[in-house]
Design a protein around this ligand. Structure first.
Ligand SMILES: NC(=O)c1ccc[n+]([C@@H]2O[C@H](COP(=O)([O-])OP(=O)(O)OC[C@H]3O[C@@H](n4cnc5c(N)ncnc54)[C@H](O)[C@@H]3O)[C@@H](O)[C@H]2O)c1
Length: 361
């Protein structure tokens, strides 16, 4: 299996062209490409451009609609509910966060949820949109069940991701973006494709016993929540905010957004998503907020280091550094991403891939 080197611009152009061939409109294709490629530049390859091929397969079978646009169906001063109408989910998610930011400018806080939607990729992308505007951002979604919970066997809850981003004065925004499972499902699938074992604490087998063998997943077994009952508790909070509160499909009512998973029921995914923007400057002066964040960042960087540790990172710091490198010098896409993009090129009849292959040792 081979990795590939690619420039950010070439990758973006390639996936915009692939989306055009699926009938996705110009603006929607550009918004979606920016989200997916930005995610790759962070090094979060599990949720970058590799997700596009399975997502696009939803359009010809009418589980997503390239002609649809999201619509606000109810709103108050500080909140809104948006119907995604099964439009391109990256676009409805970005618009929802933009609306939350707009509401936070007027009311100090904006809370916007989306229903009738599908996979939005990395939750963190949407949280950073708020931080770019000097606001604290949060993003989350409920997903089809893939995760066991303490005492249970099999898949009970989704890996329901949760992300926040905080503007941090002179520093890049602090941002934290995680699945509530110990590891994202894609990491297990990747290990399975590569024939590798996985760390303890990621997966249980069909009997509900911990295993390091990913070969049976996703057909059997289930992901473990991060930090046992703590990840379970947060996944449940996300299910409430993104699912119960919105009217989206809950847990096992939700078909997977990957249409060709064996045994996947037909019908719309109807995922729920939730975006919050908090205007910190409405409650404390923006200058004081920035100063206090700078102090906090310095305090954390300067914490005494463990033996053998050279550096302490803030959440998001590794991702910003990888992005800077990727923008300047291009990036290496792992083999599973390359395979997915190669498959996408084949699906839509693009002959030339913009990659320089790199042989893995
Ligand atoms: N849309 C969906 O249905 C869905 C479901 C699950 C996960 N996801 C996405 O999967 C992605 C990966 O999730 P994950 O759980 O594998 O993430 P992960 O376990 O790799 O954790 C990533 C986060 O931890 C921070 N971090 C890592 N090491 C750190 C350190 N030493 N110091 C400080 N911070 C550190 C990173 O900055 C980042 O914010 C996320 O983007 C998430 O939104 C999406």
């Amino acid at each position: 299996m081979d990795s590939a080197k690619v420039s950010v611009k070439d990758l973006e152009n390639f996936i915009v062209e692939a989306m055009h061939r699926y009938g996705i409109h110009e603006e929607d294709a550009h918004v979606s490409a920016n989200i997916l490629v930005t995610t790759d530049t962070w090094g979060v390859h599990t949720h970058g451009t590799r997700q596009l091929r399975p997502l696009l397969k939803n359009f010809p079978i009418k589980r997503l609609d390239s002609e649809a646009t999201s619509e606000v169906i109810r709103e108050g001063v500080a909140w809104a509910m948006v119907d995604g109408h099964h439009s391109m989910p990256f676009v409805s998610a970005q618009r929802a966060m933009e609306l939350a930011i707009q509401k936070a400018k007027a009311a100090g806080i904006g809370y916007v949820s989306v229903i009738h939607t599908s996979h939005f990729g990395a939750a963190g992308y949407y949280a950073t949109l708020a931080a770019e505007q000097g606001m604290i951002g949060m993003a989350m979604c409920n997903a089809d069940p893939n995760m066991v919970i303490p005492g249970a066997r099999g898949k009970v809850l989704g890996t329901n991701p949760i992300a926040y981003a905080v503007p941090a004065g002179q520093n890049k925004p602090v941002f934290f973006d995680i699945a509530t499972s110990a590891a994202a499902a894609n990491k297990i699938i990747r290990a399975k494709l590569l024939g590798q074992s996985i760390p303890e604490g990621w997966l249980v087998n069909a009997e509900g016993e911990p295993t390091t063998d990913p070969s049976g997943f996703p057909e059997s077994g289930a992901l473990m929540p991060m930090a046992a009952h703590k990840g379970y508790g947060f996944a449940l909070l996300v299910e409430v905010l993104a699912g119960v509160m919105t009217g989206a499909a809950l847990t096992k009512e939700q078909p997977s957004w990957v249409p060709d998973i064996p045994g996947n029921p037909p019908g719309f995914t109807n995922q729920g998503q939730m975006f919050i923007a908090i205007d910190a400057g409405a409650m404390i002066s923006p200058e004081i907020f920035d100063q206090r964040m700078d102090w906090l960042v310095d305090y954390i960087h300067d914490a005494p280091k463990a033996k053998g540790s050279e550096r302490i990172y803030l959440p998001g710091e590794m991702e910003w550094e990888k992005r800077e490198q990727a923008l300047a010098n291009g990036m290496i896409l792992p083999s599973d991403v390359v395979d997915s993009l190669r498959g996408l090129a084949h699906d839509v009849g693009i002959k030339t891939l913009p990659f320089e292959m790199v042989t893995d040792n």
